[in-house]
Design a protein around this ligand. Structure first.
Ligand SMILES: NC(=O)c1ccc[n+]([C@@H]2O[C@H](COP(=O)([O-])OP(=O)(O)OC[C@H]3O[C@@H](n4cnc5c(N)ncnc54)[C@H](O)[C@@H]3O)[C@@H](O)[C@H]2O)c1
Length: 112
């Protein structure tokens, strides 16, 4: 199982969530089973959508909680306000893999 954390439940956050859920269908050879652990968004309706429709186990208002959750292995940063990792942003202390919101270049890196 790979624990997924999401920062921002907007259009791009929903897209990333659908992609995680589709992984076992599209790439069965990887043997990856995503577990949608936690999503962060300051808007209550977005948090409700995360748990009720997207399948996250829980939703929080503060994105820092995503980065410090020990059950999260990979984080999608889909916020319009946080810097994308390659722009100098930093993930959590757990060294999670981070997927940024942009689709125009390398999107994965492991943070220190
Ligand atoms: N929509 C696209 O096709 C697309 C494509 C590539 C990149 N992007 C980029 O992705 C980012 C998000 O775009 P979008 O279309 O999903 O926007 P959106 O407006 O649909 O959603 C943004 C979400 O971010 C949430 N948010 C705001 N501040 C936050 C914070 N501090 N912590 C957590 N969540 C917060 C909002 O509540 C909202 O739910 C933007 O930077 C955009 O440029 C979007």
């Amino acid at each position: 199982m790979v624990g997924v954390g999401l920062i921002s439940v907007g259009w791009m956050g929903r897209l990333h969530s659908r992609a995680y859920r589709a992984l076992p269908d599209h790439f069965p050879e990887l043997g990856v089973r995503p577990r949608l652990v936690v999503a962060a968004d300051p808007v209550p309706a977005a948090r409700e959508q995360a748990t009720e429709r997207l399948g996250y186990e829980r939703a929080v208002a503060d994105w820092h909680e995503v980065l410090t959750d020990p059950e999260v292995d990979v984080v999608s940063i889909c916020s319009p306000e946080l810097p994308a990792p390659r722009d100098g942003g930093r993930g959590g202390p757990g060294g999670q893999a981070v997927l940024d919101r942009e689709a125009d270049g390398p999107v994965r890196q492991r943070l220190p």
